[in-house]
Structure formats: structure tokens, C-alpha cells
Unconditional design. Structure first.
Length: 361
């Protein structure tokens, strides 16, 4: 079912692709997907009615048929999502775009179309006011012309006496005839538009019924997805716990790796020490032989030391005895000197006596 009748003069002026959503009629909060995938969304301009519409079709189903009015507002709710409310359709449409740039272009086009719709509405009101003013002037002037005919006499008399007024009335009547013809054409055009709207409403009703069935289908799918989501969440929690355990194991493994490196370093140090000990062990026999020779020398030295000690003891004994003998000798020598001194004194006395004897002789 095409939302654009073949006899319509609507032409696409802007086209993009987006995911289409509608507000949930029951909650007025949640979004319900209107398309399973990104679909074409287009702005259409109707030159006959000077109106703009946003139309989107998914296969054979019309999912957007919104006429733009000056009171509508397109709102960006995120970097890639925008929405607008359609009071005639009694819903709110939402579009999800692949990029922020496409959303910006669509919003700019919405504002442009909104200004054009406002300008068209203002012009239409001006035309209606002009037609109304012409009708009022015609209603005021017709009685006066009637009164003028009744007062001034017959039409022939009026033709002979009221030339300028009659010309003015004729021009006004011509204007009224043109306005009436335009009104008739407008009535026909409005009837055509009304028929078009009726057909469009019938298609929209069908689409709405299909949408209701689709909503039920989507509700069931949403429930199933919700259950699946709950299961996935529980599974994710389990996986997160497992990940935490794995992280702990990784931390323990890291600690063990660091400890292993330390032990390997210590083992290398011990191996170096063992190698040094092995090198030292190779010279142990030589050291043992040297030690034995030193031991023998030490024993010989100890024996010699003992002999020397014995000799020293003997010499000490001899020295003591010599000292004792020397002491005795000193004593005897002193006694001898004392005796010798006595003898010398006696000899001296004897010499003096002899000398005296010689002198006397």
C-alpha cells in the first residue's frame, strides 16, 4: 500500500535511512520498534495543497504518515536519536540514525519544512480573509444597487443616469464571479483532498491494525528477550565471578612467578658458591699434605722445644747453683780478705818493728 496516491503531486524532497520507533500507547514512556531494520524516511511536498509530510514504508506497511504543522517540534534526545509528536496521529515518532551528522541534517530539514508550512498557513489565511472581505463588500453593495435601481427607475434609466457607479458594480460583480469560481474550484480540490485523506485514513487504519498485531508480537518477543536478558545477566554475573577468581589466580601466579625468580637467583648464587667450594676442594689434598708436613715440623719443633726447655731448666739449675757457689765464694773471699787485711796489718806492724830494730842497731 503506497501512502502517496498515483494521482497526487507529492514529490520527495529529502530522503534518509533510520530505525523507526513509536511511543508505547499504554505507558507513553517506552519505545516500541516500528521497523525490524533501518528503513527509508522521506519528506514529501504536495504542490496542490502546499503541505509537507514525513512518510516511511516498511515493505507493504506504512509506519510513518505525519503531516508537518507549524506547531510541531523535532527534539534531539541523544547524539543519534530524535523525536517529534503528531497530535493528529495521537503518537510520538522516534528515529534512530547511524550517525550524528544524519540526525543533524534531518533536524535541519524538519525546521526548514516547519517554516515553509507556517508560511503556507499564513498565506492561506490571508487568502481566506481577502475572500471574506470581498464577500462582505459584495453583500453591502448589492442592496445599495438594488435600492439605487428602485429609486432611480428602470435599468435603462440607470444606464442613462449612473454610468460610473454601474461600471464599479460590474467590476465588483466580475470579481465576485471570479472569487466564486475559485471557491468552486477550491471546493472541488478540497473534496478531492478529503477523498484522498479518507483513503489515506483507511490505509492508516489498516496499518494501525497491523501495527497493533505487530505490537503484540513485539511484546511477546520483548518478554522472551527479557527472560533471555535475565538469563544472560545471571550468566554474566557468574562469568564475572569466574573472572574475579581468574584474576585472583593470576595474582597468585604472579606472586609465585616472582618467588620462583627469587629462588632461581638464590640457586644461581648457591651454584656459584658450590663451584667455589669445588675449586677449593680440589686443593684440599695439597693442603692436607702441607698440613701433614707442617704437623711433622711442628712435632719436631715441639720435641726440639722440649729439649731446649730441658736444657733451659738445666741451665737455670746450673745458674742457680753457680749463683749459690758465687755467693759462697764471695762470702769466703770476703772472709779471706778480712783475714788478709788482718795479716797485712800484722805484717805492717812487723815491718815497722823491724824498721825500729834496724835504726836502733
Amino acid at each position: 500500500i503506497s501512502p502517496v496516491p498515483p494521482y497526487s503531486r507529492e514529490q520527495p524532497i529529502f530522503t534518509t535511512r533510520a530505525h523507526v520507533f513509536q511511543i508505547d500507547p499504554s505507558t507513553k514512556k517506552n519505545w516500541v520498534p516500528a521497523s525490524k531494520q533501518a528503513v527509508t524516511v522521506s519528506y514529501f511536498y504536495d504542490s496542490t495543497r502546499n503541505s509537507y509530510r514525513i512518510i516511511s514504508v516498511d515493505g507493504a506497511k506504512v509506519i510513518i504518515n505525519s503531516t508537518i504543522t507549524p506547531n510541531m517540534t523535532f527534539t534531539k534526545t541523544s547524539q543519534k536519536f530524535g523525536q517529534w509528536a503528531d497530535s493528529r496521529a495521537n503518537t510520538v515518532f522516534g528515529l534512530g540514525f547511524p550517525s550524528e551528522q544524519q540526525l543533524t541534517k534531518f533536524a535541519e530539514k524538519f525546521q526548514e519544512v516547519k517554516e515553509a508550512a507556517k508560511l503556507a498557513r499564513d498565506r492561506s489565511q490571508e487568502k481566506i480573509e481577502t475572500s471574506s472581505n470581498h464577500s462582505q463588500e459584495s453583500g453591502r453593495e448589492t442592496p445599495s444597487s438594488t435600492r439605487a435601481s428602485s429609486v432611480n427607475g428602470t435599468d435603462d434609466e440607470k444606464a442613462s443616469h449612473g454610468g460610473p457607479a454601474e461600471a464599479h458594480l460590474k467590476s465588483e460583480n466580475d470579481k465576485l464571479k471570479i472569487a466564486l469560481a475559485q471557491s468552486s474550484s477550491n471546493v472541488k480540490k478540497w473534496e478531492t483532498e478529503l477523498q484522498t485523506l479518507r483513503e489515506s485514513n483507511a490505509r492508516l487504519t489498516t496499518a494501525l491494525q497491523e501495527s497493533a498485531a505487530s505490537i503484540e508480537h513485539w511484546k511477546k518477543q520483548f518478554s522472551a528477550c527479557k527472560e533471555e536478558n535475565d538469563q544472560l545477566r545471571s550468566k554474566i554475573e557468574e562469568l564475572e565471578e569466574q573472572c574475579n577468581e581468574i584474576n585472583k589466580e593470576k595474582e597468585r601466579n604472579a606472586q609465585l612467578s616472582r618467588r620462583l625468580q627469587e629462588l632461581e637467583t638464590e640457586l644461581q648464587d648457591k651454584e656459584l658458591e658450590l663451584e667455589e667450594l669445588r675449586k677449593q676442594g680440589e686443593i684440599i689434598p695439597q693442603l692436607m699434605s702441607e698440613c701433614e708436613s707442617v704437623s711433622q715440623q711442628l712435632q719436631a719443633a715441639e720435641k726440639k722445644n722440649k729439649d731446649l726447655e730441658e736444657k733451659v731448666r738445666t741451665l737455670r739449675t746450673e745458674v742457680e747453683e753457680s749463683k749459690h757457689r758465687q755467693t759462697n765464694l764471695k762470702t769466703e773471699l770476703k772472709n779471706f780478705l778480712d783475714v788478709l787485711d788482718g795479716k797485712i796489718d800484722e805484717l805492717h806492724d812487723f815491718r815497722q818493728g823491724l824498721s825500729k830494730l834496724g835504726v836502733d842497731d
